[in-house]
Write a protein that binds this ligand. Structure first.
Ligand code: ATP
Ligand code: MG
Length: 231
């Protein structure tokens, strides 16, 4: 099975528009991500960063050019055959009115209690969870209103780790968080970058600095590409 494990993702001259009479949103985007590497996407608002992540996740099928996942054209891969490869950490964290445990496991039967705690530990969320009344049974209120923005992000990181995707896709939040939580987020991102294959839409310099490859997008075009030292 060629899709059992992530090996590489290659964009070759990808052009994309959201509808076939609208403007092109991506123009000739090309890059390669290999297993174990970290890629950062940076650029102004509206430059196409989230669009790239959405296309990778097959939210839209009709791109032009070629996108190869392990050498196979993405448009010919059923979404169910690649769900285990990608874990997405969204910019706007989606939390359920359920307890912390559920928000990390998403109720997946194959994720044990131990795996939930391991994932939380991995992203430095475990200690703050232990400080909550009920700990992993702490019930979140509607839209996470009894959680800080930074804590919500840590829960989202733990969720992605627990889901076990081989490629972590991080759409970094811009919301301001307190400095203690910010430190935890930084440590979690640094650990993900050191140990996983990562695609990060990055706002923080520290995230960019830790990546093997940086793509600078402007109006859907790659205007610079390289390592932090080279740009
Ligand atoms: P930000 O930094 O603000 O998150 P981004 O780089 O992620 O921006 P995208 O969300 O990829 O930008 O949007 C790229 C362009 O595509 C923008 O011009 C946006 O208006 C347009 N766009 C995004 N989603 C859609 C959609 N569903 N339909 C039509 N156009 C869209
Ligand atoms: Mg975006």
């Amino acid at each position: 099975d060629k899709l059992a494990n992530f090996d590489s993702l290659e964009f070759k001259n990808v052009r994309f528009r959201y509808n076939n009479t609208g403007p092109y949103i991506l123009h000739d985007v090309s890059f390669t991500l290999n297993k174990g590497e970290q890629l950062a996407l940076v650029g102004t608002t509206g430059s196409g960063k989230s669009t790239i992540i959405r296309i990778m996740n097959k939210a839209y099928m009709d791109y032009e050019g070629s996108i190869l996942l392990n050498g196979i054209e993405l448009s010919s891969i059923p979404k169910a055959s690649m769900l285990h490869l990608f874990s997405l950490m969204q910019q706007d964290v989606f939390l359920f009115e359920e307890n912390i445990h559920f928000n990390i496991s998403l109720g997946a039967a194959q994720i044990s209690d131990e795996a939930v705690v391991d994932a939380a530990q991995y992203v430095y969320a475990h200690d703050f969870i232990l400080g909550l009344p009920g700990q992993y049974q702490f019930e979140l209120k509607k839209s996470g209103s009894n959680m800080s923005a930074g804590q919500a992000q840590l829960i989202s990181f733990a969720r992605a780790v627990a889901q076990g995707g081989q490629v972590m896709m991080l759409d970094e939040a811009t919301s301001s968080v307190d400095s203690i939580t910010e430190n935890l987020i930084q440590k979690a991102i640094a650990r993900l970058f050191a140990e996983k294959t990562v695609i990060a839409i990055a706002h923080r310099l520290s995230t960019i600095r830790h990546s093997d490859q940086i793509l600078v997008l402007n109006q859907g075009k790659i205007v610079e590409q390289g390592r932090h030292e080279d740009l």
